[in-house]
Design a protein around this ligand. Sequence first.
Ligand SMILES: [Zn+2]
Length: 122
Amino acid sequence: MTDTDEKMTWIGAPETVPCPPWCGGRHDEAHPVDRVHWSVESLAFEPVLADAEFERIGEETFEVPLRLLVTMTQGFRELGPRVTLAPESTVHGKGFAFTLTEAEKVARDLLRLVEEGRATLA
Ligand SMILES: [Zn+2]
């Protein structure tokens, strides 16, 4: 599949498009046009090297540790899913959404870097 194949495309009405097998949603939305299929969290963790951010509410400041979520979503009219790497709290930013091809490239590059890094530890 190429990036061109994965461009988000508008398709049929929500009641005619079944949930993909990976969807964990129950879809009781009042407005089906807002329907988004979502994966059950496949990964959620606190990266050891990530710095916490601080959020000020009124006179108090709260530490917000970074908890990273890796999930997959698909709007009801989108042709394919997107893989997202996003912090649980927007205090840390919005994160990133990738096409499947992009997510595969990131995954392969991460594995290659891990392999190269571990080779220097031996
Ligand atoms: Zn669904």
